[in-house]
Design a protein around this ligand. Structure first.
Ligand code: AMP
Ligand code: MG
Length: 317
């Protein structure tokens, strides 16, 4: 039966049979939703131009927004990108895990052009989630995978969040442990580091491990996908709220109880893991607006604020 964008995709357990079916679909040029430790990803064989085109079409994603390439090991990453001393060090320290490294693309790397949006660089990551690892290892090729949501909308951190995509299969492995997209770090030829997107690896941890400063991204050019209005719920989103207005669903944190609380003890990792689920729940609650309690801006709070700011940007409220 052909699926339509209104249909709910078929969800199966991410067990042996589910992984085998997903790998079969990917090998045949199809697209599949796969869990990772950050968010659920919409995966395609990164070497297959038609498959990659399906990802862009399913999400309604602008063609200038390149995709992250998932590989099984550092050795595999070296087939696609060029790593210097520092890149090797950071990969050894953070992979597998939620750090994406943007490095010069290796000439002749088997990647569809749309994956890198024609850029001379490639964004690479070794995911820590056993299901995504198993899929990439069995396919034996890199997997391009953005978040499995319609472009600009909330990222899915549970299989049930995946909606509105024309995709035949979702592998369900429960909630994502990190719940925030990967941190994206660009390695310049001169050893300069640029943070293209804050994410599940805190900036402070990166700086400490790199032993050098990390610059914030410049005005829009470096990270083409970092459109301001992104990760947006369907309702107006207000930040730094301690007292809810009428009709508001309040997402609490620490002492601000709210309709649900991201972390009563004020734990930022717990808050990050539950952030998108809280926004999905708020959206489905029938409320007229969403408020979010004050959340610190250090550590994972930086990425949490980045997502909230993009969700509340002008045009949404
Ligand atoms: P998403 O797939 O939504 O997690 O977004 C991936 C993001 O990675 C994109 O929006 C870009 O900002 C960034 N990215 C991917 N590839 C590159 C690249 N070659 N150069 C710079 N940024 C990249
Ligand atoms: Mg995304």
């Amino acid at each position: 039966m052909p699926s339509s964008t209104d249909s709910v995709p078929r969800r199966v357990a991410a067990d042996e049979a589910g992984v085998a079916e997903a790998v079969g679909l990917l090998a045949a040029g199809g697209i599949v939703v796969i869990p990772t430790e950050t968010v659920y990803g919409l995966a395609a064989d990164a070497a297959n131009p038609a498959a990659v085109a399906r990802v862009f079409a399913a999400k309604g994603r602008p063609a200038l927004n390149p995709l992250i390439v998932h590989v099984a090991s550092f050795g595999m990453a070296e087939r696609y990108g060029q790593f210097g001393e520092l890149g090797r060090h950071l990969a050894r320290r953070f992979w597998p895990g939620p750090l994406t490294l943007v490095v010069p693309r290796r000439a002749g790397a088997p990647l569809a052009g749309a994956v890198t949006a024609g850029l001379p660089t490639v964004a690479l990551r070794v995911p820590a989630h056993p299901v995504m690892q198993a899929v990439v290892a069995r396919l034996g090729r890199a997997v391009a995978a953005p978040s499995a949501n319609v472009s600009g909308r909330l990222s899915p951190t549970r299989a049930a969040h995946v909606a509105g995509l024309d995709v035949p299969l979702v592998l369900d492995a429960g909630p994502c442990a990190a719940g925030l997209e990967s941190t994206i770090l660009k390695l310049g030829a001169d050893g300069a580091l640029t943070l293209l997107r804050p994410g599940a690896v805190p900036l402070e941890t990166l700086v400490a491990e790199a032993g050098r400063p990390v610059a914030p991204a410049g005005a829009g050019v470096e990270a083409p996908g970092m459109l301001l209005r992104h990760y947006a719920p369907r309702l107006p989103l207000l930040l730094e709220v301690t007292e809810p207005e009428a009709g508001m669903f309040l997402i609490g944190f620490g002492p601000v109880a709210g309709d649900l609380n991201l972390s009563p003890t004020g734990d930022l990792a717990e808050a990050a893991a539950g952030l998108f689920d809280a926004l999905h729940r708020a959206e489905a609650s029938g409320a007229e607006s969403i408020g979010v309690a004050p959340i610190p801006r250090h550590g994972l709070g930086l990425a949490i604020h980045d997502r909230l700011r993009r969700g509340s940007a002008a045009g949404c409220v």
